[in-house]
Design a binder for this molecule. Structure first.
Ligand SMILES: Nc1ncnc2c1ncn2[C@@H]1O[C@H](COP(=O)(O)OP(=O)(O)OP(=O)(O)O)[C@@H](O)[C@H]1O
Length: 233
């Protein structure tokens, strides 16, 4: 379980997260929703140690991870797909996946058949340059790359941004399947209601750097006002 308590973090003098607390339950898909600029990406970066935490704690299975270097947080079992995907465009699909494995442990290459089974396009197009992929295909590659290290928790920052609705639905179904079959814990920052409805078990709503509300998938389905209140749509 990932437990965040009274977290304050931001950029220089600017505090974005204000006493943010939440629990990300093991084996669940948790969606973090909220309007632009509320601090969702800042939370992801804080978890990954990419920006310093001013006060508060982040624990992974009871072990404090805030204050550790990003590579140690990654090795502790947290995979991260940042906003904008950031695949290596000049490298082939196979090279992108191999690089992810080499970054941690060679034995991670053993995961390749499993990754190919989940995302067949990555096997079919293994020698294609990642930069020639569509946005949706690059997102699949970015997710697969994060899964190459066998994380316990996967953080995804707006994976549907700029992707066609039918691909969004496909990716959501596949992630939900992977979570169900492997017990992978997922925390996904997402504004796309279809994706959240398809894959999330639990939803957190963020406002002004704080946890404003939370609900189950069933509650989200039966209460339209939640989406209107926290996403202004
Ligand atoms: N590098 C930075 N330096 C200073 N301020 C920043 C920086 N990055 C983000 N901010 C500010 O922090 C606040 C929260 O931004 P953040 O990206 O976490 O929001 P978000 O909820 O993820 O929104 P979005 O959906 O637009 O990505 C915003 O006011 C933003 O302008």
């Amino acid at each position: 379980m990932l437990e965040i308590s009274n977290l304050n973090a931001g950029y220089g003098e600017v505090t974005v997260l204000r006493n943010f607390s939440c629990r990300i339950e093991t084996g669940q898909v948790t969606a973090l929703m909220g309007r632009n600029g509320m601090g969702k990406t800042t939370l992801m970066k804080s978890i990954m140690g990419l920006i310093p935490v001013k006060s508060g704690t982040i624990h992974l299975n009871g072990i404090q991870i805030n204050g550790k270097e990003t590579y140690k947080i990654s090795r502790a079992g947290i995979g991260y797909v940042p906003q904008g995907r950031e695949v290596f465009e000049q490298f082939t699909v196979a090279e992108n996946l191999r690089l992810a494995a080499l970054g941690s442990s060679l034995s991670n290459l053993d995961r390749l058949p499993q990754i190919h089974d989940w995302f067949p396009i990555l096997k079919e197009r293994h020698d294609q340059k990642a930069g020639t992929f569509s946005g949706g295909q690059q997102q699949v590659l970015a997710i697969a790359r994060a899964l190459m290290t066998g994380p316990e928790i996967l953080l995804l920052d707006e994976p549907t941004e700029g992707i066609q609705p039918n691909i969004v639905h496909e990716i959501s179904l596949q992630l939900a399947r992977i979570a169900r079959e492997t017990g992978l814990t997922i925390l996904v920052v997402e504004q796309n209601v279809d994706m959240v409805r398809t894959m999330a078990d639990h939803i957190l709503f963020m406002e002004n750097g704080q946890l404003a509300d939370q609900c189950s998938a069933e509650e989200l389905r039966s209460d339209e006002t939640l989406i209107h209140r926290y996403l202004s749509i």
